[in-house]
Design a protein around this ligand. Sequence first.
Ligand SMILES: Nc1ncnc2c1ncn2[C@@H]1O[C@H](COP(=O)(O)OP(=O)(O)OP(=O)(O)O)[C@@H](O)[C@H]1O
Ligand SMILES: [Mg+2]
Length: 440
Amino acid sequence: MSTQPPSSTPPPQPSNPGAGRPGQPTPESAAASDSGGSRSGSASDSLLARLIVERGLAPQSEIDAAVAALRANAGQARIFGDILIDAQIITRRQLARLRNEAESDKTILRIPGFQMIRKLGAGAMATVYLAKQVSLDRLVAVKILPKQFSTDQAFIERFYREGQAAARLSDPNIVGALELGRVGDQHYFVMEYVDGETLHDKIVASKRIKDKDALAIVRQVASALKHAHAAGFVHRDIKPKNIMITRAGGVKLADLGLARAMSDKKTAEAERHKAFGTPYYISPEQVRGAVDLGPPADIYGLGATLFHMLTGRVPFEGRDPTEVMRHHLESPLVPPDQIVPGIPQSTAEIVEMMMQKKAKDRYQSAMELIEDIDLAIAGQPLRYARAEINIADIASQVEGTAQTEIQESARPDHESILGKVAIAGLAALCILLIVLLILK
Ligand SMILES: Nc1ncnc2c1ncn2[C@@H]1O[C@H](COP(=O)(O)OP(=O)(O)OP(=O)(O)O)[C@@H](O)[C@H]1O
Ligand SMILES: [Mg+2]
C-alpha cells in the first residue's frame, strides 16, 4: 500500500474514475444521452445496468442488447427500464428496488478494482463501506473521506497517517491495512473487513459485560497495544467504537487514525492543545494537549473502556465535552465495584490503576497490564495494582499512627507538664539576671 507521508510524497494520483471494469457497463456503453434516466439513457441508467450485472440478475450480453434496443428506439422515447422489463431481464418490482439502490449508490465512490456492496457505518470523519476486492475475490472494508474534507490538508495528512501507521503494524489483534489511495478528489483507505460488531454495539446490546469476558477483551486490546507501542505508536483514540469483535469472539483494534509516531515531535507540536480523542475515554494528558504522549495515554482510554463494559456507563458524564474533560482532569473516579457491587475487587483495582490521573501512577506498559489481568483471571494477588494498594495501605497506616500520636499528645501528661514548668522557671531566672546586669 502507499505509505509515503503526504508532505513528502503526494497522495496517489487520481485513477481514471470514468473507466469501467471488465464486465461492467460504462456510462457510454449503457447510455447515449443524459435525459434524467427515463428515455434515451442516462447516468442513472448506466448505474442501473451495472447493478443488474453486479447482482447477477442478467449477463452483460443481455444488458448490451437492451442498450442497443434503447438506442434503436431513441426516436420512440422508450424508457430503459421498460425495455429491461419487456425483455424479461428484470421484473417491475426489481426495477423499483434497483432504482432506489441506484439513487443511494450514486453517492458511493467508485474505486477501480473494488465493488462497493453496502455501507457499514459512519463516524465523525469518514464513512466505511463493505466492498469486494475483485482481484483477490475477498471482502474488505473501505473508509472514504468525505469530499468536503478533501481540501483540508491537515485532515488529509491525518487520513494518510492512519494508513501508514496501520500498515506498519501486523498483528492478529489489529485491523490490517491493505491499500490507500484516491479517486478524483476523494481519498480512501482499504482495510481488513471485520465480520462482527464494535464493542460499542456489544455494550449497547448487553448493557454490561461480565467481569471475566471484559478482562478477556481488554487483554486482547492490550496485546495489540503492546505491539503498537513497541513499534513506536500511541493509538490516542482507544474507545469501544474502535474495538471490533469478530463473530468468533476475536478482538481487533481499529482506527489508528490518530496514531502518531511518538518521535514525530513536529506534528505533535502542531497539534498541541487541540485535545484529540473522544471526551468519554480521553486521558487527562490529552485534555491538557500534552505533546509527549506515551503508552499510559492508551492505557487510560482502555481503562475507561473497561469501566464502561463493567458498569454499563462511561466513567464521567457532562453536559458538553468540556465538562466531561474537566471531570477527567479533576474528579475522583467512583470505583466500578461501588457502582456494580458484584465486580471483583481485583478487577476494580485494575480499572483504578489504569485510570489514575497522573500517567506515572498508571501501568507503564501494556505488558504490566497483561500481567495483572492474568493474575486477576487466575484469582491470584495482583502485582502492579496491588503495589498501588499497598502504598495506600501504608499511607493509611502512617495516618493512623500519626493520629494516635496526636491523641497521645492531647492527653494530660504530668511528667511533661512538670518539665515545662521547670524550663519556664529557668528562662525567667535568666531574664532576671540579664536585667540586673543591664541596670548595674
Ligand atoms: N474494518 C472494519 N470492518 C467492519 N466494519 C468496520 C470496520 N471499520 C469500521 N467499521 C464500521 O464502520 C463504522 C464507522 O467507523 P469509523 O472509524 O469511521 O467511525 P467510529 O470509530 O465509529 O467513530 P468516530 O469517527 O467517532 O471515531 C464503525 O463504527 C464500524 O461499525
Ligand atoms: Mg473508528
